[in-house]
Ligand binder design. Sequence first.
Ligand code: ZN
Length: 308
Amino acid sequence: MTTLLFTHPACLEHDPGRGHPESPDRLRAVLAALAAPEFARLERREAPLAALDDIGRVHPRAFAERLLAAVPQAGHAGIDADTVMSPGSGEAALRASGAVVAAVDAVVAGEADNAFCAVRPPGHHAEPLRPMGFCLFNSVAIGALRAREAHGLARVAVVDFDVHHGNGTQARFADDPTLFYASTHQYPLYPGTGAASETGVGNIVNVPLPPRAGSQQFRLGMTRTVLPALEQFRPELVLISAGFDAHKSDPLAQLQLDEADFTWATEQILAVAQAHARGRVVSTLEGGYDLRALGASAAAHVRVLMSV
Ligand code: ZN
């Protein structure tokens, strides 16, 4: 069947400044990898702007409006030491979240089996009241709430294999038993959350991995902890926070995964989605800072999405 690819040139116009790891070249690397002939049958769609009503299910509307009003006309505006806005950042953030919303709409409507959103800035560190960690709006959480509130899905899951813990997604989900969040991540590492003891209302699953952990520990954590919990939750839709910075080549962390691990993880998540969620999966780019590894890993991930 069909895999959708949502992206938008505006996502290249968010520029956190020279030397910042979350550079526009990251998205260029992903799109270059997905320009290979094997990806020609991806159905490509332009990411729309997210509506403030959709963002508002995660970030209070006044907060979102304040953040967009703080986008500079020229130069840069710093939110924290890591999180910086340029004149293009507002549209990029709205397109990134809009991509996930549109992907959820299309997949729930049965227009495609699954979708990948090649967008930036990333989102999983953005808490309801605090943009941080390169993230402005929490696109994956906005997509999950769209699925629940606009489409009436009873249970929506996010699986996050970015090397960093998605503190923002956890913060929004932690007291809501209709939402589920599972994360594998290096620990300790930025942002400092994600201990195994953080379980929400029984709907949060954290698998911290020590620095230099590799394929075996990652796959054990998925097999023993993440996947059984996801099965038990019986999601009607699975979203993936697809960060590829757990790759062994990544400069920001020390896990030792490679493309084959991302292929395997994607296959496992899809299998649960096929058992419980009619195969419905919406994946969104989060981190990944070695350009070659990022392109190859995103390609490996999308190849699996297209294989169903
Ligand atoms: Zn990350």
